[in-house]
Write a protein that binds this ligand. Structure first.
Ligand SMILES: NC(=O)c1ccc[n+]([C@@H]2O[C@H](COP(=O)([O-])OP(=O)(O)OC[C@H]3O[C@@H](n4cnc5c(N)ncnc54)[C@H](OP(=O)(O)O)[C@@H]3O)[C@@H](O)[C@H]2O)c1
Length: 265
């Protein structure tokens, strides 16, 4: 199957690292014109240098500030001249803690990074998406949205909200032929896991490579395919959903998790 996204205009939030970065590179390779944002200029610049194709836009934006999102919206329209695919990828666990350790502020911050930017960007870009021949909204959720554990209940609740919003919005936008789906990764080795390893090093004094190996091995044991995912494991499905092959798929949450959820329904 040829996934040709030549000249599609794609926006990815949280594009500097991890899954967002892998998505930017994959969309670029498939011929798309990419607009990406994150807070760290140097990482965005490094990404820009690795991108295939021309005309991409990478801008420093902190998605919790509506003014910065508005500026980014205007720059995207100016430089890309439209939008076909909005990928709401940005997200963060924040505090790795259980319910009793979380404050109102932790919950508020989780809402502001995991759910509200997607709401705001959808609101801003829907009028533009209506002009696209193949408009898509793809929300990067998490398996923890449907399978919450004891840790990070704030993050899991926000991801449940994002998957839920996906289905609601898909119905609202069906008359405009804007397809809205979410993709829920399982454990994918990215910076949030590296940070976890770093915290364990500081706590235990163990060497970093040992701690990382332990986390990877222990997590792999919970995955039927016996390995953690890599950011590139998520890109194929997202590109497929953006493509013309997915033109009758909407209001659906897809898992990419090496079999962790193994839920038939
Ligand atoms: N990794 C996993 O195991 C996993 C599992 C399930 C779901 N997910 C979801 O997948 C998505 C990507 O996760 P990831 O693990 O790839 O994340 P990551 O490696 O931590 O990267 C997050 C990206 O978002 C940017 N970012 C963070 N806060 C931001 C803010 N306030 N404004 C703008 N950009 C911001 C970061 O760059 P800066 O720091 O430079 O801003 C970075 O580019 C998230 O929604 C996450 O919840 C991940």
């Amino acid at each position: 199957m040829d996934i040709n996204l030549k000249d599609r205009k794609v926006l990815i939030t949280g594009a500097a690292e991890g899954i967002g970065r892998a998505l930017a590179l994959a969309f670029g390779k498939a011929g798309a014109q990419v607009a990406g944002c994150a807070r760290t200029e140097a990482r965005l610049q490094a990404l820009q240098e690795e991108m295939d194709g021309q005309g991409h836009l990478f801008q420093t934006v902190d998605v919790i500030y509506p003014g910065q999102l508005e500026d980014f919206h205007d720059r995207v329209l100016e430089q890309l001249g439209g939008l076909d695919v909005l990928v709401n990828n940005v997200g963060s666990i924040g505090k790795l803690a259980t319910f009793h350790e979380l404050t109102d502020q932790d919950w508020r911050e989780s809402f502001e990074v995991n759910l509200l930017p997607a709401v705001r960007l959808c609101r801003m870009f829907i009028p533009t998406l209506k002009h696209s021949a193949a408009p898509r909204i793809i929300n990067i959720s998490s398996i923890s949205g449907s399978r919450p554990g004891e840790v990070f209940p704030h993050y899991s609740a926000m991801k449940a909200g994002l998957s839920n919003l996906t289905v609601s919005l898909a119905q609202t936008l069906a008359p405009d032929h804007i397809l809205v789906n979410s993709v829920s990764p399982g454990p994918v080795w990215t910076r949030s896991w590296e940070n976890q390893a770093q915290e364990a090093v500081e706590r235990t004094g163990q060497p970093l490579h040992e701690v990382e190996e332990n986390i990877k091995n222990q997590t792999a044991e919970t995955v039927p395919l016996k390995r953690m995912g890599m950011p590139e494991d998520v890109t194929g499905l997202v590109l497929f959903l953006a493509s013309d092959h997915a033109s009758w798929i909407t209001a659906t949450n897809f898992t990419v998790d090496g079999g962790v959820t193994h839920d038939p329904f």
